[in-house]
Design a protein around this ligand. Structure first.
Ligand SMILES: Nc1nc2c(ncn2[C@@H]2O[C@H](COP(=O)(O)OP(=O)(O)OP(=O)(O)O)[C@@H](O)[C@H]2O)c(=O)[nH]1
Ligand SMILES: [Mg+2]
Length: 274
């Protein structure tokens, strides 16, 4: 997996008037990128948290996450479904509003960042639409390693056409499944088991809906997936292939769960919540 170097991230941030940080609506806290947020803050670039895949999560929960980011974390936020093209008008409006507040004049340059598989490419394609073929190279900035181009995406808005792929932070299963291609995971069965446990904690019906099995055992779920897809090795269901398929299904948005935002940022000293 090719992550953007932090030097490149810094260069793109420097060119941007507004920074979009995509997160997965199913688990916003573990798919965000605090290091990007800190770097953008240091460079004085406003971040809009874009809660994507909102089609997978009830709308009131998405709205609660927007309030959480705004009120608890002090970050602008919107929710969208890049895939279904929902919320993109609100997103454009938010970008313009933020850009105006920060004094951007003629051209508003927008960049897209996020950990793997949060939907960056889908959003870039959605924003580019059909009639944004016009590109212009970056304004004369010698020394930039960025070869990316700007796409005009309507009005004064320009998009940096290469999204920044950021390394996942914070550990946990989200980091594991996003740290390398699924085929290169050292132990996909163990990773899938961890993912199954996490998903079932929030949505006991997730695998019934996704696959049609009511089992709550990771091994049984994997065996079920393997049998259903005809993956058998030496007479036994091929759990290894099933594990990789399950992780891919999750990343592709075919396994659904959500949780409510906390009252305070995780790890904050005050209060009793864990
Ligand atoms: N349900 C749902 N799925 C989405 C949405 N946006 C993207 N996806 C799916 O999520 C998966 C990853 O989307 P990409 O656009 O490739 O994500 P990315 O962030 O560019 O991924 P990398 O380039 O690998 O870092 C794909 O299977 C998409 O179809 C969305 O709004 N809703
Ligand atoms: Mg991509």
């Amino acid at each position: 997996m090719r992550f953007a170097s932090w030097r490149l991230v810094e260069e793109i941030l420097t060119l941007s008037n507004v920074v979009l940080e995509l997160v997965d609506s199913r688990d916003p806290l573990n798919t965000r990128c605090p290091k990007l947020e800190r770097l953008a803050a240091r460079l004085g670039r406003p971040v809009v948290v874009v809660i994507n895949k909102a089609d997978l999560v009830p709308r009131p929960v998405c709205e609660a996450w927007v309030r959480y980011f705004r009120e608890v974390e002090g970050l602008e936020a919107v929710y969208i479904s890049a895939q279904r093209r929902l919320g993109t008008r609100v997103l454009r409006g938010k970008v313009v509003e933020v850009a105006e507040r920060t004094g951007a004049r003629d051209r508003v340059v927008v960049s897209v960042f996020g950990v793997p598989k949060v939907g960056k490419s889908t959003l870039v394609n959605t924003l580019k639409g059909k009639h944004s073929a016009t590109t212009s190279p970056y304004p004369g900035t010698p020394g930039y390693t960025v070869k990316a181009r700007l796409y005009r995406i309507g009005g004064r808005l320009y998009l940096v056409d290469t999204p920044g792929v950021l390394p996942p932070e914070g550990g946990g299963v989200e980091s594991l499944i996003r740290s390398k291609p699924v085929d290169e995971l050292d132990n996909p069965i163990a990773v899938a088991a961890e993912l199954v446990a996490k998903v079932l904690k929030y949505n006991p019906k997730a695998f019934e809906v996704a696959y049609g099995t009511t089992s709550a055992s990771a091994e049984e779920i994997l065996a079920y997936v393997a049998k259903r897809r005809g993956w058998v090795r030496g007479g036994e269901p091929d759990l290894y292939e099933a594990a990789k398929a399950l992780i891919r299904d999750y990343l592709d948005g075919r396994i659904v769960y959500y949780y409510e935002p906390p009252v305070r940022p995780p790890g904050s000293p005050s209060g009793s919540e864990g």
